[in-house]
Unconditional design. Structure first.
Length: 214
């Protein structure tokens, strides 16, 4: 358990390196004080431009990939190494921790992003076969509704369903995806509230089926 605990801690600290806030400090801005107030890639695109937003997205995805591909296989000396520990639990523990670190970063007053890009990186590292249904669901929901937050939550649900179908009876990956989806719903609770009252921002360039009058 020492190995699992240590690697979960490192994954959390890695996740706490939020791309928009790290790059924002270099630029002298804090995007949490701009636009929607979120420290994710979407708000970075809107407030700082395409290059900045793309760099934020790459950083946030990359740390998700690293947390589940590189960190679990880093060798540790005794007594930290536990040969009886299932590698799957290390993978899943690190995957969840890096997303939590992104949302609640210790380096930035526990005010980070919503976890979507980091979740994509985690899925890419853990189970690349889940990326297609996740991305397709996201694109369809954005095209139909224009709501990025709604698309993100339903993309997580699509990943959960796909994991259940592809899991061959192993509940761990579907359970992990379901946990991430619930967490995404929590981080998007303000978006849900704004959608209910009709004030949520729509990505009009991506909202392909928007009414002609909008």
């Amino acid at each position: 358990m020492l190995e699992l605990g240590l690697k979960i801690l490192v994954a959390y600290l890695l996740g706490a390196l939020v791309g928009s806030l790290v790059l924002g400090r270099l630029r002298g801005v804090d995007i949490r004080a701009m636009g929607s107030g979120n420290a994710g890639a979407t708000n970075a695109f809107r407030t700082q431009g395409k290059a900045f937003g793309l760099a934020v997205f790459v950083i946030d995805v990359a740390k998700g990939v690293l947390a589940v591909t590189w960190l679990p296989i880093v060798p540790l000396p005794a007594p930290w190494h536990d040969p009886t520990l299932s590698p799957t639990w290390i993978d899943l523990g690190c995957g969840l921790a890096v997303v939590v670190g992104h949302v609640f970063p210790v380096w930035f007053d526990f005010r980070g992003g919503k976890g979507a890009a980091t979740m994509i990186g985690v899925l890419a590292g853990l189970a690349p076969r889940l990326l297609a249904p996740t991305v397709i669901a996201w694109c369809l929901v954005v095209a139909l509704s224009g709501f990025v937050g709604l698309a993100t939550m339903l993309a997580g649900a699509a990943a959960t369903v796909a994991a259940a179908f592809l899991g061959a009876g192993d509940w761990r990956l579907p359970g992990f995806c379901a946990t991430l989806t619930v967490f995404l719903v929590y981080t998007h609770r303000a978006n849900i509230a704004r959608m209910r009252v009709g004030t949520e921002h729509r990505a009009r360039r991506l909202w392909l089926l928007r009414p002609r009058s909008t």
